[in-house]
Design a protein around this ligand. Structure first.
Ligand code: SAM
Length: 286
């Protein structure tokens, strides 16, 4: 399967790579952006980070010819600690390409896919304890309403939550297909977008605590960046994008390079439909 790293040309352009610099790909996945950066730079050190141990192993194998690349298993929210472990204090630039990878969503066992049959998992890091099934089957009515409202931006979710509670008393939710079909039957509406899409997004955000983790990752990145070093963030939903936008705006030591987010061209979207909701924002340490 061909892999198209999202907005890769723009990433390269805005990273303003300097010879001899130290860069971080905070969400390296299988190494798409990392490879493009390595191919188009000279004498840099590139550190790839991912919470998914499988991705880290694949990435190491994929980029093994590059001796100036190192992939580390961990969360970008622990950036400083990870860098410290490598003897690095300051960096020249960092990329966050948020969310899940195509490899993760296409593997039914990971439980991200609305159209596939797999366990209700949705963890990027399979060593962390909380799964989507645990949330759906154990969390309180109040907490379910909170995550569907706050993370899924689903306005009238109370009735659906009542139905979830009723249903789980009889039989727990076990698979992604089961939950997706359940939402379809409760909402009984059909369109281009699956009615369970926002429920899946909310669960994924809750499982991985994505919004808090992003805030912490950005904070740590701003702390370790050298002056004129850049933070690039590609986000895929409005909640993430808002956090990034506010973060750049509120930090006195970060200049906003992209007044408006950069989005993929029609041509890129045609080649890679998964890129259609991507937004790239760039900030520079003053
Ligand atoms: C969109 S994919 C990255 C794809 C990659 N840029 C490429 O071109 O191949 C996002 C990756 O971020 C990872 N991830 C999500 N949250 C993370 C976190 N807090 N720390 C580190 N990695 C994370 C996921 O496991 C996934 O592999």
């Amino acid at each position: 399967m061909e892999h198209y790293p999202v907005l890769k040309e723009k990433v390269l352009e805005f990273m303003k790579i300097k010879e001899g610099g130290i860069y971080v790909d905070a969400t390296c996945g299988y190494g798409g952006h990392s490879k493009f950066i390595l191919e188009n730079s000279k004498n840099i050190t590139l550190i790839g980070i991912d919470k998914d141990i499988e991705a880290v192993e694949k990435c190491r194998e994929f980029l093994k010819e590059y001796k100036n690349f190192k992939a580390v298993y961990g969360g970008f929210e622990n950036l400083r600690e990870i860098l410290k472990g490598l003897g690095i204090e300051r960096i020249d630039g960092i990329l966050f390409d948020l969310g899940f990878s195509l490899n993760q969503v296409k593997d039914p066992e990971r439980g991200f896919g609305i159209y596939s049959e797999g366990p209700l998992d949705m963890r990027y890091d399979r060593n962390s304890p909380l799964t989507a099934g645990e949330i759906l089957n154990r969390w309180s009515r109040k907490d379910l309403i909170r995550i569907f409202k706050d993370y899924g931006e689903i306005k009238n979710c109370e009735k659906v939550v009542e139905k979830i509670i009723e249903r789980r008393k009889k039989r727990e939710f076990k698979t992604t297909r089961e939950f997706a079909d359940f939402i379809s039957s409760v909402l009984s509406k059909r369109g281009k977008i699956h009615p369970a899409t926002k429920f899946f997004l909310a669960l994924r955000i809750a499982v991985n605590n994505e919004l808090e983790v992003l805030k912490k990752g950005l904070l740590e990145a701003a702390e370790v960046l050298k002056s004129s070093g850049r933070i690039l963030v590609i986000s895929f939903n409005s909640l993430e994008d808002r956090i990034v936008k506010r973060f750049f705006k509120n930090r006195k030591d970060i200049g906003v390079i992209t007044k408006k987010p950069i989005i993929p061209s029609d041509e890129e979207i045609k080649k890679n439909p998964a890129s259609r909701s991507a937004k790239l924002r760039v900030g520079e340490k003053l």
